[in-house]
Write a protein that binds this ligand. Structure first.
Ligand code: SF4
Length: 480
């Protein structure tokens, strides 16, 4: 169902009420969240949409505590379509822990491995996720100007090191996490969280922009308007390339930083060309018969890792249930580039089918546990299994979690198949399959997708068309 007028949902100690939100409609995420803090205190759980969600921008996000985003997939537009401005929740009941002493001991062990791992103890806390800007640039995998190049001449200027040097107030992070990879930044009189790696890339290198101050402000804008910065940048990059190629004058081209903030606002409020861009990269480029410039999978734009420099990442993007999302792709870049948990050859396609499938299963169980994938650079499935056992009193082994992840991934596949998806949608843009970089450390490579896809389907127990065999579904308890 949906409401005729703006509302928010209040859940207090198990009692649910639908409240009038007319005075909040049209307000930004910050102002709405401030209202919630005033009414309910800061310890209240909150989910809020901004004007982008209200205006049904296809990549509107749902925000939490002002700066945290449920970014991908346009979930903010779903709330907007129901005239639902916010959900707030608070309860008094304690979470039951089966064996608190055992939990303390395993968490102590997990914290120890996090502190002993160079990525989770040094790189992420010191420079935040944007530490990856220079790393990916060095590997020739920092997508630049809509994936036309793999290295950006302005990488240093938008790096985690530059943020730390010029705009950092202090590091911050999610509740209870000792890594603290987020950044509290300040530009002029405004403070906010971020930008994360994906955002400095999507609004920076991918648009040919190296003005860090403007990127940070654009990130604040996008958060307040409630928009996914990855898709925002991916869509703007396509608009810039269409201008560049003379296909459609969108009024903006690569490097035009002075227009960035206006375009961010125009998209959220669906003004002028912003109304077309608010439909997302696929619909926008289709209108001008220019789909080849839309860097997307299943309608969802890419994250900040060019797969021509990491074959497994290409396979992961292609088979991810929600398109080119790094977190659903299995993040094999961890192994292929960062060497975590162990290094594999990034340019080799053979053997990636099984590696990517397993990595996707791992991502699926991590999401299901609602734990952070960064922590898993250090924490293995054996430790997560012991943590879950201590909390629930049910004994899990590491492989049980991977099995649960595989079950989730297959269920998502069945959901997509019901909506008409099959092998045809497990594709990458032609640019990644046919246009190698001319220079840089990833020069001369394209993604060998078809070769990996066959191997991947076979490992997964899916047929040539990407449909799970009945025996696989029975093995996973998804078919009687
Ligand atoms: S939980 Fe993950 S995202 Fe949050 S601060 Fe820790 S490492 Fe960063």
């Amino acid at each position: 169902g949906k409401s005729k007028t703006p509302v928010y949902i209040e859940i207090l100690n198990g009692k649910i009420e639908i409240k009038d939100a007319a005075s909040l409609w049209g307000k930004g995420v910050e102002e709405t969240t401030e209202f919630i803090y005033r009414e309910y205190g800061k310890a209240v759980g909150n989910l809020v949409i901004g004007p982008a969600g209200e205006n049904l921008v296809k990549f509107a996000s749902i925000m939490n505590d002002k700066h945290r985003a449920f970014g991908r997939g346009g979930v903010g537009a779903v709330m907007g379509s129901k005239k639902l401005k916010a959900i707030i929740a608070r309860g008094r009941e304690k979470i039951k822990i089966y064996d608190r002493e055992r939990l303390k001991a395993v968490v102590y062990e997990a914290n120890k491995v996090i502190k002993g791992n160079p990525i989770t103890s040094k790189a992420l806390p010191q420079f935040g996720t944007a530490v990856l800007v220079n790393v990916m640039n060095e590997f020739g995998m920092l997508p630049t100007r809509n994936f036309r190049e793999g290295q950006f001449e302005g990488a240093d200027d938008i790096s985690g090191e530059a943020i730390a040097h010029e705009y950092l107030v202090r590091k911050t992070g999610c509740w209870g996490c000792i890594i603290q990879c987020s950044r509290l930044t300040k530009v002029e009189n405004r403070e906010g969280e971020g930008p994360e790696y994906e955002t400095v890339w999507s609004l920076g290198a991918n648009l040919g922009i190296s003005d860090l101050k403007e990127i940070i402000i654009a990130n604040y804008y996008a958060n307040d308007l409630g928009m996914d910065t990855i898709t925002l940048g991916g869509t703007l990059a396509a608009a810039m390339e269409l201008t560049d190629k003379g296909i459609k004058d969108t009024g903006i081209t690569f490097g035009e930083v002075d227009k960035l903030l206006k375009y961010v606002e125009d998209i959220a409020y669906r003004r002028g060309i912003g109304d077309e861009l608010a439909e997302g990269v696929y619909e926008f480029t289709k209108k001008y018969n220019a789909e080849e410039y839309a860097m997307h999978v299943k309608g969802s734009t890419f994250a900040a890792y060019d797969p021509r420099g990491a074959q497994g990442m290409g396979l992961g993007y292609a088979t991810s249930p929600r398109g080119a999302c790094h977190l659903k792709a299995g993040y094999s870049v961890g192994q292929e580039v960062l060497g975590a948990p162990k290094r594999i050859d990034r340019f080799v396609a053979t053997g990636k089918g099984s590696i990517v499938a397993r990595a996707q299963n791992v991502s699926a169980y991590l999401d299901s546990l609602t734990v952070c994938q960064f922590a898993s650079f250090a924490v293995s499935e054996f430790l997560w299994a012991r943590i879950l056992s201590a909390i629930t009193g049910i004994e899990f082994e590491g492989e049980d979690l991977v099995y649960i992840g595989e079950r989730i991934f297959n269920l998502e596949r069945l959901f997509n198949m019901r909506e008409g998806f099959d092998r045809k949608q497990d594709r990458l843009p032609e640019r990644l399959l046919k246009e190698p970089f001319k220079s840089g450390p990833s020069a001369g490579k394209v993604v060998e997708l078809d070769k990996m896809l066959d191997e991947y389907y076979e490992y997964r127990g899916w047929d040539k068309n990407g449909k799970p065999y009945d025996w696989k579904l029975k093995e996973l308890g998804l078919l009687k």
